[in-house]
Design a protein around this ligand. Structure first.
Ligand SMILES: Cc1ncc(C[n+]2csc(CCOP(=O)(O)OP(=O)(O)O)c2C)c(N)n1
Ligand code: SF4
Ligand SMILES: [Mg+2]
Length: 302
């Protein structure tokens, strides 16, 4: 087991008053009523409640409306390419395992352009948090259908509905043997704060699906519709260690939609812990970078 702590707990002097230390003064430009406002508030709140200062976290963003959050809060931030947020977040975490790493991605990026990376994040159990801004459409590029858009919904790119099947995302996620799955709703900030805090402290890959209102382009799963359909699994005594039950309540959204921490297994080693070359090391890879004379190798190559 590696002796480097996988998550910094930050300074104990960092109090609840610290929300403003995450403010960077840039004005948010999401549409009125956009669920990204709620997610933005909840992630800052979760970090503050975990006593993690802006200098103690890496926040990674995909391209999309949600990605515009990258310059609307403090913290180390990286705004990557479309569909590629997971590999860059995982790479950063492996280089410096002390910092908590949180990756944000859209449903379009994560279940189409970058779906390969999502698959490998689950099987690798990278020690990072992934927050899916699930507004069921390609918001930034003006309301095209994504692979999570409901079947038959007229969208800007497909006025007759999409010919492809909608991906059953939770069925897919549970088929990948996850170690952490949660679902929230962008209109329930207190619940998101609790979910994010648990996810950030999870040992491996924490997948958090946030059902996000997009009043401009998503006219089906609206804020009001989501409010009427979500319920909190904790209030019904759900046991997050029960994989079969978690999968069932995650997948079955026919009558109502489960939210909260649906599944967690903290007993599975993460990718970093499985690396034989890291066993017994007290330094992080980023601390071991040094100048090496490669001229000998180069002579062999040319
Ligand atoms: C490889 C690649 N494909 C397509 C695009 C164009 N593009 C940028 S953002 C975006 C939509 C993003 O949708 P989603 O990931 O769901 O995020 P949202 O805007 O809904 O938050 C698309 C298609 C791109 N920048 N790069
Ligand atoms: S298009 Fe949708 S997701 Fe994008 S900012 Fe507007 S409401 Fe939010
Ligand atoms: Mg989207």
């Amino acid at each position: 087991m590696n002796s480097i702590p996988l998550h910094s707990t930050g300074s104990s002097e960092f109090s609840g008053e610290a929300m403003k230390s995450y403010s960077c003064g840039n004005t948010c430009n999401w549409c009125d009523g956009c669920g990204d406002y709620g997610i933005w508030t909840a992630i800052k709140r979760a970090l503050v409640e975990l006593s993690i200062p802006p200098s103690g976290v890496l926040l990674c963003y995909d391209i999309g409306c949600h990605g515009n959050m990258s310059d609307k809060l403090m913290g180390y931030r990286f705004h990557g390419l479309h569909g590629r947020v997971l590999p860059l977040a995982a790479g950063a975490k492996l280089a410096n395992p002390v910092l908590p790493v949180i990756a944000h991605g859209g449903d379009g990026a994560s279940f189409s352009e970058g779906v390969n990376h999502l698959v490998h994040a689950f099987r690798s159990n990278y020690p990072i948090t992934f927050i899916l801004h699930n507004n069921a459409n390609y918001g930034l590029t003006t309301g095209q259908a994504s692979s999570l858009t409901w079947q038959g919904q007229p969208m800007n790119s497909s006025p007759n509905g999409i010919p492809e099947n909608t991906i059953r995302s939770m069925d897919f996620v549970f088929s990948l043997e996850p170690t952490f799955v949660a679902r929230g709703f962008s209109g329930n900030i207190p619940q998101m704060v609790q979910i994010f805090k648990t996810a950030i402290q999870h040992r491996g890959f924490a997948f958090v699906d946030i059902l996000q209102a997009c009043p401009t382009y998503n006219k089906f799963a609206t804020h009001e519709w989501l409010m009427r359909h979500v319920y909190d699994v904790a209030a019904e005594g759900h046991d997050p260690s029960d994989f079969a039950k978690a999968r069932q309540i995650a997948v079955d959204t026919s009558e109502r939609i489960s939210t909260g921490v649906l599944y967690q297994d903290a007993g599975i080693p993460n990718f970093y812990e499985r690396l034989a070359a890291r066993q017994g090391k007290t330094t992080a890879p980023v601390e071991e970078v040094e100048k090496i004379d490669v001229s000998g190798f180069m002579k062999e190559l040319v």
